[in-house]
Design a binder for this molecule. Sequence first.
Ligand code: SF4
Length: 294
Amino acid sequence: MKISIDPKAGFCSGVKRAISLAEEELQRSGHLFCLGQVVHNEQEENRLTNLGLEIIDQDDFRKLQNAVVLIRAHGEPPETYEIAVKNNIRLIDGTCPIVIKLQKKIRKSFIENYEAGGQIVIFGKKNHPEVLGLSGQTDNLAIIVEEENDLTKIDFSQPVSLFAQTTKSKEAFNEISSKIRLNMEQEAISERTEFCSTDSTCRQVTGRDQNLRNFANENDIVIFVGGKKSSNGHYLFEIVKSENSNAFYVDSPEKIVKSWFDGAEQIGVTGATSTPGWLLNEVAANIEKLILTA
Ligand code: SF4
């Protein structure tokens, strides 16, 4: 029996950067507030909490004064930065550079097109922090499309600029984009009614698709390690599951069940972009321990 850890698994660059910014400040001062969970991974969050990271929500943030607060990789709407100035809060901005670029693009498109009837459409999960940050660039006037039913909110006779939450699947984005295009072709009053579709899904997530498919096929059983709330984790797990039905999603080494490995020769351990490398190692070690005690 062989256990392999997926060499492509682990944090994406955005999450790595936010964590190292947090670690730097924690090493310096021993305490740091973070607006929301820094990663959708409980174990990594516990590690950082033990170093002095304190997670706060929006209500806490509004009441805070003269403090230092980390903005996580998902980013924040402009209002957060305004509150920080007002309340003398020093922000350590861990917003992923890819998300910052997207926020700027959306803001530009909003300024250029909204007055003339243009609609900004964001394909993403309603109330996901990244989507709230993106929608904030449009003064919260963007139309959020989470599923096909939400397309009814769009006026297809008017221009549309479409963007995606970075962790959405490329295929799902293309599907939504095609549906909007088709509706616009049918309903547009003028041939010049513009549709601008920007595929802003992150290559560090979508680029993992093929590697994960290969990894899923190379192993008899795949253990996928991800946080319960990680949308990236659930998206990547679906890919694994579509290639290998013998795949299990766990958030900690303790959730591993011995009987899963009956008859398996090749065991693969992989994870979400928010899963730390040390946790993948712990899961692999726990599997080994379970098997050895068989
Ligand atoms: S998934 Fe991509 S966009 Fe999102 S934080 Fe990671 S690197 Fe940045």
